[in-house]
Design a protein around this ligand. Structure first.
Ligand code: SAM
Length: 253
């Protein structure tokens, strides 16, 4: 089966429509050069209010992807620590965390446009000043826009588990991606990851343990971090009877 016919959570779906927004699908050469993406672009409708928010607020709260290093002090107007979230989905947890921590700055990355529209609405509704969005592949953002040693925390909540063995190469929480996260963290900064997919959790644990410069704050899995609001995909996992696994690794000082 073509990979594009299988969603990241293992269900067959016509919702998975494209692989790489930057790839030139007409070029035979690009097939060989294409990097392995951790996502497929899902079709999804925006509600009218999400569309309005997207059009109105995109210019203000979305930072365009560029091959240029960001200056966080200029963006946020302060020197507060920066948390970077990979794949915020519909962004409910993202907005709630930013609202609860005005002394912290947040950058959320997502490629799913309706989710971006949704989070933009939340930013407006809650008048958030400490949260910006970059609508692009997080790994490319990190490589091109984020200075080394500048991120206080990575939040990665219920990333696509890619359950089929032939798709494991698309998983986010594996080296060299974890090496890249480590490189971007401040000393003492952390990576907090949660999943409802046990086998992925176990693989992520060994990948993080094998990443030079990181240490586990706990023995094995982390206890539930009470401050994290439940996410949409977490709820789906719970409804399906799955347990939740959390990992919390810190960069050595
Ligand atoms: C399974 S969903 C989880 C969403 C949300 N965190 C939650 O818990 O409800 C994973 C999300 O990660 C996004 N994603 C996957 N790889 C990404 C990447 N490299 N950069 C940005 N977003 C990514 C997908 O588009 C998808 O919306």
């Amino acid at each position: 089966m073509n990979e594009q016919e299988t969603t990241a959570d293992g269900n067959n779906s016509s919702a998975a429509v494209a692989e790489d927004p930057g790839a030139d699908s007409n070029s035979a050469v690009s097939v060989f050069r294409r990097t392995i993406k951790t996502y497929v672009l899902r079709a999804g409708r925006m509600t009218d209010s999400e569309k309005r928010s997207y059009e109105e607020l995109h210019q203000v709260w979305c930072i365009p992807f560029e091959h240029k290093t960001l200056n966080f002090t200029e963006i946020f107007g302060n020197t507060n620590p920066v948390t970077f979230e990979i794949g915020f989905g519909m962004g409910h947890a993202t907005a709630a965390i930013a609202r609860a921590n005005p002394e912290m700055n947040y950058i959320g990355s997502e490629v799913h446009v309706p989710g971006v529209g949704r989070l933009l609405s939340e930013i407006k509704k809650n008048q958030l000043k400490n949260l910006f969005i970059i609508e692009y592949d997080a790994l490319e953002i990190l490589k091109s826009m984020i200075p080394d040693g500048s991120i206080e925390a990575f939040h990665i909540f219920f990333p696509d588990p890619w359950p089929k063995k032939k798709h494991h190469k698309r998983r986010l929480m594996q080296r060299p991606h974890t090496d890249l996260l480590m490189q971007k963290l401040t000393p003492g900064g952390y990576i907090y990851f949660a999943t409802d997919w046990q086998e992925y959790a176990e693989e992520a644990l060994s990948e993080l343990e094998a990443t030079d410069g990181l240490k586990n704050r706990y023995e094995g899995f982390a206890p539930h971090q009470e401050w994290r609001p439940r996410t949409k995909f977490e709820q789906k996992g719970i409804d399906a009877g799955r347990d939740i696994f959390e990992l919390y690794f810190e960069k050595e000082e």
